[in-house]
Design a protein around this ligand. Structure first.
Ligand SMILES: [Zn+2]
Length: 69
């Protein structure tokens, strides 16, 4: 049995905060949008009419502990 060793050294690349900040803001907005649809998209705050979104995320709503009924 032979073993192979890897002698190459990979140096980590530093990502400046300036380059990372737009992606963090974008990810945060997507997370807030997902939180809105799972937690508050129903009744008076609904964007889409009917109960389609509510029924679609209903199990996730209960899993995350949002009250709905
Ligand atoms: Zn429910």
């Amino acid at each position: 049995m032979t073993t192979t060793t890897i002698d190459t050294f990979v140096e980590p690349v530093a990502i400046p905060v300036r380059d990372l900040l737009p992606w963090l803001i974008f990810g945060g907005l997507l997370a807030l949008l997902a939180l809105y649809f799972v937690g508050a998209e129903q009744g008076a705050t609904s964007i889409f009419g009917g109960m389609y979104v509510h029924e679609f995320v209903h199990d996730g709503r209960h899993l995350l502990g949002f009250p709905c009924h």
